[in-house]
Design a protein around this ligand. Structure first.
Ligand code: UDP
Length: 315
């Protein structure tokens, strides 16, 4: 008699999103069953359509701000649902607040009911416009609580507080990942974020819209590196927040020039006003992830941008 092996099941909210869909792929590759929940507000079924024939993959269209009732065993809840792009969360501030708070509560409630582990995808935005660079996990941040980004920043901060409360009060085995700027295939072309914006502008010969003087910095992590980090964190036993991101910091002007070079575009740069409360710098301190998860990004910005450019050329 062979050993009976029971497949593990992960419910992932926001599974049709950019990061979520890549994470569904990874879980299936690792031999898990996946229940993907998404309300398709910023996610797209196109991101998961290649999984529809897979018998270990189930898709449920549902808004996680409403309670989740799922039959059967669930071993892990990965709560990724979020309105994560500035242009979208500024357009949907109340939905953004709801998904970070009510959505996180509902997802935690499900984990509690199923006796499942729980992973919450938080964000570098919890650091706001940071006064220390790079940002370590023990930096408490510099967030404007009433600014236009507060709907996102504060709901993710509240989300982290909820996770810790369920962990402390109900003993749920939880993880928190603070995701820094991530890019790659399946980002929406009209997502508003800087990488798809610059690539689609460069490919169509339009001006690249650099906001402000372009001296603000971000650090861009390629999707495969991020997925590897989340997978490792999921399988660790560490319950406090962990930064995941690429620590190579670039100004937005440098990024624009690199995109122009890699697309061999004739586009030029134009300057537009800097959005309110746009953080001046952002760079992860990944000392903890290096030690705890033996993880660091492997894909250089040039290499990752080339793959992302190929994707945008193909769609
Ligand atoms: N940005 C830009 N041009 C664009 C879109 C964004 O210069 O067309 C800048 C934006 O002002 C910010 C940075 O690029 O400083 C990253 O913006 P994004 O919306 O990608 O994400 P954020 O890191 O601000 O959440």
């Amino acid at each position: 008699m062979g050993t009976v092996y029971k497949m593990k099941t992960c419910l992932i909210t926001g599974g049709a999103g950019f990061i979520g869909s890549h994470f569904c792929d990874r879980l299936l590759k690792e031999g898990w069953k996946v229940i993907c929940v998404d309300n398709i507000i910023t996610g797209k079924t196109a991101n998961i359509k290649h999984l529809f024939g897979n018998k270990h993959f189930t898709y449920i269209q549902h808004d996680v701000t409403k309670p989740l009732e799922i039959e059967g065993d669930i071993d892990y809840v990965v709560h990724m649902a979020s309105i994560a792009s500035p242009i979208h969360y500024i357009n949907y501030p109340i939905k953004t607040l709801k998904v970070g708070t009510l959505g996180t509560m509902n997802a935690l409630g499900l984990a509690k009911a199923k006796n499942a582990k729980f992973l919450f995808t938080s964000t570098s935005e919890v650091y706001g416009d940071p006064e220390v660079n790079p940002q370590p996990e023990d930096y408490w941040g510099h967030v404007n609580p009433v600014g236009i980004r507060s709907c996102y920043d504060e709901s993710k901060r509240a989300g982290e507080a909820l996770v810790m409360a369920y962990h402390r009060k109900h003993g749920i085995d939880t993880r928190i990942v603070r995701i820094f700027n991530t890019y790659g295939p399946r980002m929406a072309a009209n997502d508003g974020r800087v990488v798809p914006a610059f690539i689609t502008q460069a490919l169509s010969g339009k001006l690249l819209t650099v906001f402000g003087d372009g001296k603000q910095t971000r650090s861009f992590c390629y999707i495969s590196d991020l997925v590897e980090g989340i997978w490792r964190l999921m399988n660790s036993d560490y319950s406090l927040p962990v930064n995941l991101g690429n620590p190579t910091e670039k100004t937005m002007l440098e990024l624009a020039e690199l995109v122009i070079k890699l697309t061999a575009s004739k586009s030029e740069i134009t300057f537009k006003p800097l959005p309110e409360d746009d953080p001046k710098q952002r760079c992860p301190d990944i000392t903890l992830a290096r030690k705890l998860l033996v993880w660091e990004p492997k894909v250089s910005l040039e290499e990752g941008l080339k793959k992302t450019i190929e994707y945008f050329e193909s769609i």
